[in-house]
Design a protein around this ligand. Structure first.
Ligand code: NDP
Length: 288
């Protein structure tokens, strides 16, 4: 069987168009959603992510503002900026690009952020809402993954979903979302025994590990949906996922490519979350 490609680039374009429709409506009401991205230091990968986020905002009409701070910025200075953003009514979403320099405590930064503007959905309040099954800001990559699975036409309910990775930004929230959609979930990590056997039982396999091509073809159940979150470099420096794509594509029914799978969905859902936050802060009904 040759897998069909779950095209995250095309699907993310659709999500962006949906977002633009809602941004246009808000602008008709005199409201322009604003997303503020804070970048501390000069990590080159972070600089690229931040630039891409700014461009994506522009394209859908969101006011994207980047605050570039030098790597010597003190924790107090960063907390001071976050305080100012929390007090500014034009600011609907705030995102602090990770990783932060070592002298700044991530948890103190998180504590200084307003959960209503937490468009990454990483703050404990929003993760707690997700756990409780209540409305809130859902982390972007996991939300994008669910949309990709839905796009394949696969009914999630009753399926066996195996998630490799238990990070707070991908593995854990995507597991909760899949459970909310009535999948039976197995969450694997670095201490999991018989990983290959567990993976091979998955109707839906999500790999969020950060290890190039670790998931081999014989780990894949015939006809599975394979979502590859990983963004790694292979031995030739080429961008690749956590799944050995060529091998897995011979067995899966659907598979996401890297690049062009989960990555573009993450940015699209960031824009979507900004509109959700904007509406919620202003007492407007959620458009999505
Ligand atoms: P983390 O490093 O935070 O988590 C990795 C997870 O994989 C951990 O739970 C870890 O287990 C598990 N793991 C590591 N090695 C093994 C192993 N040998 N066997 C089984 N499990 C293992 O990574 P993230 O969740 O932040 O990211 C994962 C990947 O996804 C990365 O490549 C990242 O770049 C990419 N990513 C892509 C995004 C996108 O938009 N496309 C967005 C976010 C991430 P343990 O908990 O035991 O340490």
């Amino acid at each position: 069987m040759a897998a069909q490609i779950l095209d995250g680039k095309a699907l993310s374009q659709q999500v962006r168009e949906e977002v633009k429709v809602e941004v246009d409506k808000l602008r008709g009401l005199g409201v322009r959603p604003g997303l503020h991205v804070v970048l501390v230091g000069d990590d080159p990968a972070s600089a690229i992510y931040v630039r891409n986020k700014g461009r994506a905002c522009e394209k859908v009409g969101i006011n994207g503002v980047t605050h570039r701070l030098p790597k010597e910025t003190t924790e107090e200075e960063l907390l001071d900026l976050l305080g100012k953003l929390n007090a500014d009514d034009e600011v609907d979403g705030v995102l602090v690009q990770l990783p932060l320099p070592g002298h700044i405590s991530e948890s103190r930064v998180n504590d200084a952020m307003d959960p209503a503007r937490d468009v990454d959905g990483f703050l404990p309040v929003n993760l707690g809402r997700l756990l409780a099954g209540r409305e809130g800001l859902v982390p972007c990559t996991p939300a994008g993954i669910i949309r990709l699975i839905d796009q394949s036409g696969t009914a999630i309910e009753g399926k066996r979903a195996v998630i490799i990775g238990r990070s707070i930004i991908v593995g854990k929230p995507v597991s909760l979302l899949l459970m909310q959609r009535h999948a039976t979930i197995t969450v694997c990590h670095s201490r999991t025994r018989e990983l290959a056997r567990l993976a091979s039982e998955a109707d839906i396999l999500v790999a969020a590990i950060g290890r190039a091509k670790m998931v081999k073809g014989d780990w894949i159940k015939e006809g599975a949906v394979v979502i590859d979150v990983g963004m790694n470099r292979d031995e030739n420096g080429k961008l690749c996922g956590d799944v050995d794509f060529d091998e897995a594509a011979g067995r899966a029914a659907w598979i996401t490519p890297v690049p062009g799978g989960v990555g573009p969905m993450t940015i699209a859902y960031l824009l979507r979350n900004t509109v959700i936050a904007c509406c919620a802060r202003r007492g407007l009904p959620s458009p999505f």
